[in-house]
Ligand binder design. Sequence first.
Ligand code: NAP
Length: 448
Amino acid sequence: MSGLRVAVIGSGPAGVYAAAALSRAGNVEVDVLDRLPAPYGLVRYGVAPDHVKMKSVDVALRRILEDPAVRFLGNVEVGADIARDELMTYYDAVVFATGAAVDRRLGVPGEDLPGSFSATEFVAWYSGHPDAELDLFTLQATHAVVIGVGNVAVDVARVLTKKADVMAGTDVPGHVLDVLAASAVTEVTMLGRRGPAYARFTTKELRELGEISGSDIIVDPADLELTEQEEADVAADRTLRANLEVLREWSTRTPEGRPRRLRIKFWLRPVEVLGSAAVTGFRAERTRLENGRLVGTGSILDFPAQLVLRSVGYRVVPPAGLPLDPETGTVPHDGGRVLLDGAPMPGLYVAGWLKRGPTGIIGTNKPDATETVTALLADADRLPRAPERDPDAIVELLRERKVRAVDWSGWEAIDAAERALGAARDCARVKIADRETLLRAALGDEFG
Ligand code: NAP
């Protein structure tokens, strides 16, 4: 019998590690579909441009996508270009690994005023995501407020604060670099609704905020006074201990009058984004813990701001009609097998953030994907075989539908075009942001 045919939807770390586990099993043909023309998901469009070492995981991902058992088909959107049910004509099983791309809402008045954005929008813009409007950010604000104290908040605060000449050595698109170079931002304030003992950032990422040339870091020592319970929680957790050490050192620093200031403040929860035609400020209420519960004290503080970035986490919107468990905010599953009303949906699997929520680091996706693939392979004998076994058939169908699929050679053409742009700016790569230009680079003469 011919080998198993599996589609993996999403070419971020979760999808690519699933493809790797499948190809390792042998006798499996894997197609990795992505709605974007370029692969690597959040490694390309989420990891901050100045985190060059973290981004270099793309070398390992590329090796997997170049495996002869694996085929990349970009610019193909499941649910739009091809329905989930149709996939079962071509594949015996489908692994969804499309992540959690939608931002969580704050739920306060003024959230949608011009000048108030989700961190997701800002990250997409500076990462050159094809869905982000090129002129979405102008950075004419002098004061920016970032809500949240997770690693995404740290990323966006750092990008706002770093000098543009440092960012010039990264892969940020030209239009992003121009805006960063002309940025009027001088004051960036990060607000955590709980205390420093419960911040979500990790120490390595936090530490970088104190090493930005041209920017003072300011932390109020009063924010770092801990209750007995907080002391105990911090003592029991290595990351929290190290975070507190870093914050305490910063709280003793005297600002040196650098051009920019980055303030990290705690115990302030969002009340309102202020402004009528556009953002003019951010209103927060002081908080404290009462029997372990976060409560407002009634004390209100207003921060001037013309830019608000809400960085309060991502949420899963299941693709192609997959179910959602409202309790966990993820696709219900058993070891990666998608469940509907508690019963497995034959041939359907999930991996990555869809499966476990928006947590963990890139490496977390390896064991996660392996678990899913182990379940899939254990089911293999019971899976109904797809009727169409010719690998060219799906390419033909997409062509008939005028879907301009980007194969691996198409991605290599994009890669070469971006490296050429990089050479002109004296860096390894400059990203192409707009979809049409990406497709033109990928498809050349075929681009109609
Ligand atoms: P996150 O770690 O869950 O942090 C979300 C932050 O938003 C928390 O500080 C949370 O506070 C706060 N928050 C949530 N709802 C809020 C509300 N209504 N009002 C005020 N604050 C609110 O999420 P993330 O920063 O988006 O990161 C997602 C994942 O990607 C994480 O696993 C992260 O480590 C990872 N990541 C890693 C890196 C890196 O390694 N360099 C970079 C980026 C992202 P509470 O704790 O009080 O809920």
